[in-house]
Design a protein around this ligand. Structure first.
Ligand SMILES: [Zn+2]
Ligand SMILES: [Zn+2]
Ligand SMILES: [Zn+2]
Ligand SMILES: [Zn+2]
Length: 573
């Protein structure tokens, strides 16, 4: 089939469905989507509250809990341990499918009465303040992360240990304030780096050790602002830079940012990738339009944040760990197959339109099930009954689709409408990547949750913190520090204090949320543009203008000079 142009029913922009897209949709028996890729991403993200945590009460035990679900959501929330126990039965909430009402209306009713766990994390120890994490120990305010130990204030970190304040960091340890870093250790304030050690303020460096304020270096050591030094001179110079103080760090950052702006940029951060487009990817083949994914990922498209062993999948956020044929899903995978329109579905196969189900097979519209087969709306069927009823439901979804207040139509093949999300749009990943004002959100039919009044007043202002951590005492962990930017109070946690002391790094002046937002600002959007190389120099493959084309997350109107792989390598290597 040839490619076709469609109009998105949400934003009304045109989008292209390529011939291999048709083949994928045919393979998993879903119709062609009616929302464009960006609107589909927004819809998934708006169901995922990663960092807004509320004080709530376990509806079963009365215990005080921390939850992503606000008390005013009206949902039945259980303490995580209670939810995972046998103290209740999700099948007790099962209902018959009602052919007089749209599917999503019925699903919402089931969602409103079935208990949900306080937070979504699996196989974790001491990770109460984390969301969408798994296989993890001792983490605090970490989200969308998989595999790791001793982590805090981070998102999208995979297989890491001893990491603080990171975004999209993989297989690394002992790092601080990094964005898009792979296989590195003791590397701080760095971005788009791989296999670096003992670095501070590095950008697109690979295999470098003992470097400060450098960009585009390969296998170098003892460099400062891209100038090589002898070991002795290097050690003397970095002492002069006073990178152990807040003032010193600020000055190095300014010089580093200026150097970064003056350098050419590579069109994308792709490490060991073949025939793939996107950004911040490692070990990926034959995949298009993906971001923040690493580890044996093959034949995928429109994935944002994916981890090891993900194949033949489209439209996923926070997916992987051994899954294929996944479509329009988030926080799903983990030894599974054919998970369509799923949210937090692990170890399951042939799961459709389901939420928070684990170890299941052949489930449709289910919520909170574990180790069940042939269920619809949490009700048990025989294999024969199930196989007869599901096609009837799909037909009914098409004949009586859910229509939201903005007249968007949801037949079979659409993900859950944003308007049904229990979270305020501003609490979700959607606000991080596709921010809107409260007015716009309401105009679009999205929910909004006004932020709560702060619980604590600052006892110490960030501007009064000592310049050098050596001049602070361990008592600092008792202070409520007023953020330099938003004035909200935040704390230094004991392991953070220990870590900063170990590396002689200054105490942070901003609250965790402002730090997260600052890291997001360092990144390009989750979007690609077709552009051509800006190189006008003479390289082996061209004289005069280079004609290589690529897809890049640098929008055409940005000031950076963006090069193709060959020209970039000729300049930096
Ligand atoms: Zn759209
Ligand atoms: Zn703040
Ligand atoms: Zn070029
Ligand atoms: Zn060139």
């Amino acid at each position: 089939m040839n490619s076709e142009t469609k109009q998105c029913q949400n934003c009304k922009n045109q989008f292209t469905v390529e011939s291999d897209d048709f083949a994928f949709y045919e393979k998993i028996k879903v119709p062609v989507p009616t929302f464009c890729p960006d609107c589909r991403m927004q819809r998934r993200f708006a169901w995922r509250n990663e960092r807004a945590l509320h004080r709530n009460v376990c509806a079963k035990t009365g215990k005080k809990i921390i939850s992503g679900f606000a008390p005013d959501s009206g949902l039945k929330v259980y303490d995580r341990e209670v939810w995972w126990s046998d103290a209740w039965d999700p099948m007790a909430y099962g209902v018959d499918y009602d052919f007089s009402k749209p599917f999503f209306k019925q699903w919402k009713e089931l969602f409103a009465k079935t208990p949900h766990p306080a937070v979504f994390n699996t196989q974790t120890t001491n990770c109460d303040y984390t969301q969408y994490t798994g296989n993890m120990k001792d983490a605090y305010l970490v989200s969308a992360s998989w595999g790791g130990e001793n982590l805090a204030y981070s998102a999208r970190v995979q297989f890491c240990r001893d990491i603080f304040d990171a975004f999209a960091v993989y297989d690394s340890e002992l790092c601080y304030e990094d964005v898009g870093v792979f296989k590195s250790s003791r590397t701080h304030f760095s971005q788009n780096c791989e296999s670096c050690m003992d670095g501070i303020f590095l950008y697109d460096c690979r295999g470098c050790t003992n470097c400060v304020g450098c960009t585009g270096l390969r296998n170098m050591s003892y460099c400062i602002f891209n100038q090589p030094y002898s070991k002795e001179d290097y050690l003397r110079k970095i002492k002069e830079l006073k990178i152990n103080t807040y003032t010193g760090i600020r000055e190095v950052r300014e010089k580093f940012e200026a150097l970064k702006q003056s350098q050419v940029r590579k069109y994308a951060m792709l490490v060991k990738c073949e025939r793939s487009t996107g950004d911040n990817m490692q070990n990926v083949a034959d995949s298009k339009n993906c971001f923040d994914i690493a580890g044996e990922i093959r034949n995928c498209k429109f994935i944002q944040n994916g981890t090891k062993l993900l194949t033949d999948s489209y439209d996923g956020y926070g997916v992987g760990a051994g899954v294929d044929l996944l479509y329009e899903a988030f926080d799903s995978g983990v030894e599974g197959s054919r998970q369509l329109f799923c949210m937090t579905v692990y170890g399951s196969h042939d799961a459709t339109c389901s939420f928070n189900c684990h170890g299941c097979g052949n489930i449709f519209g289910c919520i909170g099930l574990r180790n069940k087969e042939y269920c619809i709306f949490n009700k048990q069927y025989t294999k024969e009954e199930y196989e007869k009823l599901v096609p009837k439901i799909i037909k009914h979804m098409n004949e009586m689709p859910y229509v939201d207040e903005k007249d968007r139509i949801y037949k079979y093949g659409e993900f859950f409408p944003i308007g049904l999300s229990p979270f305020g749009y501003n609490e979700t990943a959607a606000q991080d990547f596709l921010p809107v004002t409260k007015e716009v959100a309401q105009m679009m039919g999205f929910n909004w949750r006004d932020s709560k009044a702060p619980e604590h007043q600052p006892t110490l202002l960030a501007q009064n913190l000592p310049d050098d951590i050596e001049n602070s005492s361990a008592e600092i962990i008792k202070e409520n520090i007023g953020c330099l930017s938003c004035a909200k109070a935040y704390r230094i946690i004991p392991k953070e204090y220990q870590f900063l002391k170990q590396f002689h790094l200054p105490l942070p002046r901003f609250c965790p949320e402002c730090r997260h937002q600052a890291r997001l600002k360092l990144r390009n959007p989750l979007k690609l543009w077709k552009r051509s190389c800006k190189c006008n120099k003479k390289h082996t493959h061209h004289t005069g203008k280079c004609h290589n084309e690529f897809e890049t997350s640098y929008a055409p109107d940005r000031s950076e000079i963006v090069y193709c792989e060959s020209c970039y390598n000729a300049e930096v290597a």
